[in-house]
Design a protein around this ligand. Structure first.
Ligand SMILES: Cc1cc2nc3c(=O)[nH]c(=O)nc-3n(C[C@H](O)[C@H](O)[C@H](O)COP(=O)(O)OP(=O)(O)OC[C@H]3O[C@@H](n4cnc5c(N)ncnc54)[C@H](O)[C@@H]3O)c2cc1C
Length: 429
């Protein structure tokens, strides 16, 4: 029996602690908050989208950073393993649109309670209100952890599952990145992702003019120079600072790195179901039905009324013009503006609004099957602290479950720690 210390009582840490205890090891789980799963509690708007029941290929298509690193851990402990594990412990689940899996009760607290009970039953010692100060590393081997009050606590293996930097009030303050850096690991560029973005309209005017306006069934495209970076279809909204909503949160994960270097172009297609010529025909019909009306009044039939002044301004067609006086050239400009409404993205919002942190401990320095460090023996990582992230839909939590499970299963088997010295080129399962 090995002694395993797990740092972080979030999704990855709880899964790792349970998996290690299932192997018969003595496990202590340290959490600096007064309770487990503080971030888990707010996931999925309090409903906790625990995983996604999609096929393997789709799962990896939804992982934005380093999907290949996850082949092994997800292959061994996938969405269905997690669902079976939770249901075997009494948590009923349901699958909604987009294969998103939630507890049937719609309560994230039920997920946390299920883990808590499982950990207690497995004899995991849960040490709440305990902030770990650092790792005890000597001669390239992790010997335990450091805690202010108690000093060094020895262990056979340590699993770092301290999360990222997003929503820091939940306890994710980046401690694991600092410790890993000190232990010789590379921490790749950290940035908020799945995060709202700051923006202005194409003419440089503030977006606050449309603050609170939500759009459904629009297509968005983010462009750098002539290159398309991201595109999506669905819901978005204008905020006092820029843009948010599902399609733009997803797009932010792809655009984040480029946005750090400078502004990007965002184009909104207000009428994705219509080609340019179809939209022109539709506008002509509207104009013919209301010949003597002013453009600003007719445009409300094509767009949310609040958006009319902005769209007309950006198209350069005078709003006070009676529609029968609108020239063909002006009409085509209006079509173009509706199909490619121009905006400029100027920055990302901060960690306090970001669903996840992009970047993290370089996966090149971690064994994908076991999550063990390639630099420091008996040290393991799991969850958001690693340089892996995905789109919304339950994928980020599944990354935490899969990597946590892999770390927990491997951490207590010193003979398997030989994994870390496998000859180069040998394929890890
Ligand atoms: C608002 C919001 C909604 C989300 N909704 C979803 C969703 O529905 N589905 C989904 O898949 N993903 C969702 N996510 C993302 C998901 O929550 C994270 O990917 C996941 O929680 C990462 O798990 P983790 O265990 O790695 O980190 P965390 O859950 O952040 O856990 C890390 C834990 O470590 C503890 N800790 C940190 N440092 C120390 C220390 N020094 N000593 C002791 N303890 C320490 C922290 O207090 C924390 O409890 C959401 C995120 C947010 C912010």
């Amino acid at each position: 029996m090995s002694k395993i210390l797990v740092i972080g009582g979030g999704a990855a840490g709880m899964m790792a602690a349970a998996a290690a205890a299932e192997e018969g090891h003595s496990v202590v789980l340290y959490e600096k908050n007064e309770k487990l799963g503080k971030k888990l509690y707010i996931t999925g708007k309090g409903r906790c989208n625990v995983t996604n029941a999609c096929d393997f290929e789709s799962f990896f298509e939804n992982v934005v950073s380093n999907p290949k690193f996850l082949y092994s851990s997800y292959g061994r402990w996938n969405s269905w393993d997690l669902m079976d594990w939770l249901e075997a412990r009494g948590l009923k689940l349901k699958t909604e649109r987009g294969n998103r899996v939630f507890p049937a009760s719609d309560k994230s607290s039920d997920v946390i309670r299920t883990f808590q009970k499982a950990l207690e039953r497995l004899g995991v010692v849960i040490s709440l209100n305990t902030e770990v100060e650092g790792l005890w590393v000597e001669e390239d081997r992790c010997r335990g952890i450091l805690i202010k009050e108690t000093g060094k606590i020895p262990a056979d293996a340590v699993i770092v599952a301290t999360g990222g930097l997003s929503y820091p009030t939940t306890g994710s303050t980046g401690d694991g990145y600092r410790w890993a850096g000190k232990a010789g690991h590379t921490v790749t560029g950290l940035r908020p992702a799945l995060v709202p973005m700051e923006a202005v309209f194409g003419d440089g005017t503030p977006v606050s003019e449309l603050q609170g306006l939500a759009l459904k069934n629009v297509a968005v495209r983010i462009q750098k120079g002539q290159k398309d970076l991201a595109g999506d279809f669905g819901e978005m909204m204008f905020t006092h600072f820029g843009v948010s909503g599902p399609v733009l949160l997803s797009a932010s994960s792809v655009a984040a790195r480029e946005l750090e270097k400078g502004p990007l172009e965002l184009f909104i297609d207000w009428k994705p179901a219509l080609r340019d010529d179809q939209l022109d025909a539709r506008i002509l019909r509207e104009f013919e039905a209301a010949k003597n009306k002013l453009l600003k009044n007719v445009a409300g039939n094509l767009l949310p009324v609040r958006a009319v002044p902005v769209v007309l301004r950006l198209s350069g067609v005078p709003p006070e013009r009676p529609v029968h006086e609108v020239t063909k050239e002006e009409r085509l400009r209006l079509v173009h503006t509706l199909k490619e409404f121009p905006m400029r993205l100027t920055g990302l919002r901060g960690y306090s609004e970001a669903v996840i942190t992009q970047g993290g401990i370089s996966v090149k320095e971690v064994h994908p099957a076991t999550m063990e460090s390639k630099k420091v023996k008996h040290l393991f990582f799991a969850g958001e602290v690693l340089d892996v992230d995905a789109y919304t839909g339950g994928f980020n939590l599944q990354i935490a479950w899969s990597t946590g499970h892999a770390a927990g299963k491997a951490a207590g088997k010193p003979e398997e720690l030989g994994n870390s010295s496998k000859p180069e080129g040998r394929r890890e399962e």
